[in-house]
Design a protein around this ligand. Structure first.
Ligand code: NAP
Length: 526
């Protein structure tokens, strides 16, 4: 499969005519052939209209059909092999190992969603039996299940060209829910997006589904994305990217004549709290792991640990020294794009030139173009309390060490932080009392709490939570990774006193789909 510069609208691959863009190799500083054609507003309309046309048949596909489609899409993705890996490496500067790992995880996630669809728990099938004899009012027969919302628009992320992009968790969970998907490819990995889009497009055809189940649009400079969110056929949006971009789309979704939810994952610094027992006994080890995790992927990870907090006392100097010592050996590496590189340097410069934070260590100086130099800053908790922007995200290989004066100040600082994807406690048994005080505060700030572990990976499974209070995401009730990500694209519907002949299969008395259901408050085995 060759990269052609075309987008996929249903079963048709065609070149957009609203302008041209090229992908960019951040290591070489050169554009990559071929040109990509930007979608016109008519293309957006066509993709969304097709998605709406596909919705009725797709939402009624059997669990087997939908599961088989997801597995076929995953297999087609894996079959792209070296063509995909080479293209993704050239478009992002990420290592081939990283790209292979992302691809394997993306395929595994698709396959997990095939199981999710087949198990059917996502339907939440629930029956409340009638009681005609109840007085003063007879009790009705109530039957509830969840059904898909409708076509979903997905905005791929710049920093994970495969795992959070065209075939990522947003797409996989929406398709699993029974929602057709229209993806807006991210400009920093256009060829990668085209290849992955064609793998899904092929799976749609191979499984004899309606062509509108999947489309991929090429856009640049907001126009395509805005038209996508505005289109009346679109019923929900999945987004990963910047806070400004995410919130612009949240506002846009809310301002439509028929408002829609925009599930945006945006920004997080993922604080690590080193409690006194851990600080005393293993500061060098914690520092080494922190530096390794904060610089992995040149720090361009939503789960990058970007903040380390400790109370001044025994071990603090050691922690600071070990952070500086470890970081000084970290090589500068190529960042994903000129935009991300410029943003990172702007943020780092602001911290460096600020009156309150001090640069305590730098990695080796950059030698090549777009290489991000690692850096750690130190600031007192009192300064962060006075100027909360000091605790903001620096998207790249930089982090901040925050020095607290006391346990109370540590808790006050934690309570002042913005919402986060993760928060981690590093502790020993002697730290349990402080941990007990901290955990309720952490619960109010994040959706994922880790113990003695750094955050920058996410295990994709049934209990996975990748979300958090604003601004980590726009809606802390949901996760964008893991089996329950499907919940974002479903809504409950209740049938009251419907004749048995009209009930959907999930709610019929003989349980033809063999679902686990709740009947009169008790779990009913299939
Ligand atoms: P972005 O600028 O928010 O763009 C993400 C996607 O959304 C792109 O496809 C972009 O399309 C589209 N978009 C953004 N704003 C839009 C708007 N107002 N209307 C319509 N479409 C819009 O994010 P990015 O390019 O991935 O990275 C930029 C910065 O975001 C980074 O420097 C970093 O600070 C942050 N970031 C954070 C995370 C995280 O997980 N915390 C992940 C990635 C990026 P166009 O480019 O065509 O406009």
């Amino acid at each position: 499969m060759k990269v052609t510069g075309e987008m996929s609208i249903g079963r048709v691959s065609r070149f957009g005519t609203a302008g041209n863009i090229k992908a960019f190799d951040p290591r070489l500083g050169t554009e990559i052939e071929p040109s990509f054609g930007i979608a016109t507003l008519n293309d957006v309309d066509e993709a969304c209209t097709l998605a709406l046309q596909a919705f009725e048949s797709y939402r009624h596909t059997s669990p087997e059909t939908r599961g088989a489609f997801l597995i076929r899409a995953a297999d087609n993705l894996l079959a792209l092999g070296d063509r995909l890996y080479e293209r993704a490496v050239s478009e992002t500067g990420l290592t081939v190992e990283r790209i292979k790992g992302e691809t394997a995880r993306t395929a595994a996630q698709m396959k997990m969603f095939a199981d999710v669809v087949r198990h059917g728990r996502w339907r939440h099938a629930t029956i409340d039996s009638s009681d005609p004899a109840r007085r003063p009012v007879p009790k009705a027969d109530l039957r509830m299940q969840k059904i898909p919302l409708g076509p979903v628009a997905v905005f791929g992320a710049s920093n994970f060209p495969i795992l959070y992009s065209v075939a990522g968790g947003d797409t996989a969970s929406a398709l699993a829910a029974g929602c057709p998907v229209v993806v807006k490819a991210h400009g920093s990995h256009l060829g990668t997006s085209e290849l992955v889009g064609k793998a899904i497009q092929a799976a749609v055809e191979e499984c004899n589904l309606h062509e509108g189940v999947f489309s991929l649009l090429i856009g640049h400079g907001n126009a395509v994305g805005e038209a996508l969110v505005d289109h009346p056929a679109i019923r929900a949006v999945g987004f990963t990217g910047s806070e400004s971009g995410g919130m612009a789309l949240v506002r846009r979704g809310a301002a439509r004549p028929v408002p829609i939810p925009v599930f945006a994952e945006m920004t997080s610094v993922n604080p690590n709290f080193v409690l006194p027992g851990a600080l005393r006994t293993r500061a060098p080890d914690i520092a080494a792991h922190f530096v390794e995790r904060m610089t992995a992927g040149v720090g361009q990870m939503c789960l990058k640990p970007g903040m380390i907090v400790a109370i001044d006392g025994v071990g603090f100097e050691q922690l600071r020294g070990a952070l500086a010592g470890t970081l000084s050996a970290v090589r500068a590496e190529t960042m994903l794009s000129r935009g991300i590189y410029d943003n990172f340097n702007r943020e780092a410069k602001r911290s460096r030139e600020g009156k309150t934070s001090v640069s305590i260590a730098k990695g080796t100086a950059p030698k090549g173009r777009l290489e991000g130099q690692s850096e750690i800053f130190e600031v007192d908790a009192a300064e962060v309390l006075a100027a909360p922007e000091l605790a903001g995200e620096m998207f790249g290989p930089a982090a901040v060490l925050i020095r607290c004066e006391s346990e109370d100040q540590l808790i006050e600082l934690t309570a002042s932080l913005r919402g986060q994807l993760t928060m981690a406690l590093h502790m020993e048994s002697t730290d349990l009392d402080l941990a007990r005080r901290l955990i309720p505060v952490l619960e109010s700030k994040t959706n994922r709490i880790l113990a003695n572990k750094f955050s920058n990976t996410v295990e994709i499974g049934y209990a996975t939570v990748h979300g958090g209070p604003y601004p980590a995401t726009s809606d802390s009730r949901f996760t964008s990774v893991g089996a329950t990500a499907i919940e974002r694209f479903l809504r409950p519907i209740c049938y009251e006193n419907l004749p048995p002949e009209l009930l959907p299969p999930a709610l019929q008395d003989n349980n033809p789909l063999s679902l686990w259901r709740v009947r009169d408050g008790e779990l009913e085995r299939r």
